[in-house]
Design a protein around this ligand. Structure first.
Ligand SMILES: *Cc1c(COP(=O)(O)O)cnc(C)c1O
Length: 357
């Protein structure tokens, strides 16, 4: 069976050797030695200054909204994973959806201004599949209207834009270290922010504690545990190799599909991408279903990322967004992971090409 991704696992003894350090302390969470070591190593690997490791990639979004004091309306993208929208609603704010750019699949920045009202407090956009939003245009709008900017950068591990970590853009960025993501800690994630927000974010992720006997804000528990951090530390040394291997698979797909009617993702210029996903866009949904079925009949399971368009969620006031809905119904992510055998890669390519005819 071949899935859209395959969780990378280090050798078990490598994981255990790292976990042993925590065993020695008798300390399994509350920001133990391994969480601190992981944060330090990620800071240097990603070249980004302010990081807080967390227990998943959803709580950092909710903490960002809470700790920035957002309320009212948040302008957001309908083409993302459900956590982007659910976090806004969970924090008592109203998502205002803006359609996406059909080439980059990120929020269409040219449509943001028209949606700003007196209730708007922020823009929460997703760097979809690790492809940067138009961060310069968004920063300009945010500055002009005094809005905060949060990036759901769940897919952006290792991505740089204009020579620096994509996590450095916006007031806050969040990443997911879920087992299906490029870099993982089983469940896990991180928050990255401008220095002036660090203390508030840190406090909110640890119950609002201000030392052991005092509280400074309403908080929650989003702490990463030691076994999670150990997984991250065991995997980090492999990341360069993992990304290189994925790059070769992406190049093989690009070469194979370049002459077909499939459209692939256009990466924004000056991006050093991480090859996190391989989405292809079909001319219509029936073509997609035809190819998907054919792959599944060979035990190959691509995924419809992202489907459905988030403006159609049952707890969202109905609205229509033509581009996002059209892309959501015609996009399919093909298997992409380090260790995908050439033989299987060729099989996937052949099935897709055959069924496209
Ligand atoms: C995976 C993902 C999340 C949620 O991350 P978890 O670690 O699963 O909580 C949020 N946003 C996007 C775009 C994602 O793909």
């Amino acid at each position: 069976m071949i899935n859209v991704t395959k969780t990378f696992l280090p050798a078990q003894d490598e994981y255990q050797a790292i976990l042993k350090k925590a065993w020695g302390t008798g300390w399994m969470t509350n920001r133990g030695v391994l969480v601190k070591e992981l944060e330090t190593k990620l800071q240097s690997y990603l070249d980004t200054p302010n990081i807080i490791a967390m227990t998943n990639g959803t709580l950092p979004l909710q903490i960002a909204i809470k700790a920035l004091g957002l309320h009212g309306e948040i302008i957001t993208t309908p083409f993302s994973y459900v956590a982007t929208t659910s976090s806004i609603v969970w924090e008592g704010c109203t998502p205002v959806f803006i359609d996406i750019n059909p080439k980059y699949l990120t929020i269409d920045e040219t449509k943001i201004e028209a949606a700003i009202t007196s209730k708007t407090t922020a823009i929460l956009a997703t760097h979809v599949f690790g492809n940067p939003c138009n961060v310069e245009a968004i920063a300009k709008i945010a500055e002009h209207y005094n809005l905060k900017v949060i990036y759901d950068a769940a897919h952006c591990f290792g991505v740089t834009y204009k020579g620096q970590s994509l996590f450095n853009y916006g007031d806050v960025s969040t990443c997911s270290f879920h087992a299906t993501k490029l870099f993982h800690t089983g469940e896990g994630g991180a928050l990255f922010c401008k220095p002036q927000y660090f203390e508030a974010m840190y406090s909110h992720h640890n119950f609002g504690h201000d030392g052991p006997e005092a509280f400074q804000s309403l908080g929650i528990n989003a702490k990463m545990s030691e076994p999670q951090a150990a997984m991250g530390l065991a995997i980090l040394p492999y990341m360069t190799k993992i990304i290189k291997e994925r790059k070769q698979i992406v190049h093989a797909y690009n070469q194979a599909f370049g002459t077909t009617r499939l459209k692939s993702l256009k990466i924004r210029v000056q991006t050093n991408w991480n090859y996190s996903y391989y989405p292809v866009i079909f001319e219509n949904e029936s073509q997609l279903l035809h190819v998907k079925e054919a792959l599944e009949s060979h035990s190959i399971y691509p995924r419809r990322y992202f489907y459905p368009s988030l403006n159609t969620l049952p707890y969202i006031k109905p609205c229509s967004l033509a581009v996002s809905e059209s892309i959501a119904s015609t996009v399919l992510c093909l298997p992409l992971f380090a260790g995908l055998a050439t033989e299987n890669l060729n099989q996937i390519i052949n099935i897709v090409k055959e069924k496209l005819l």
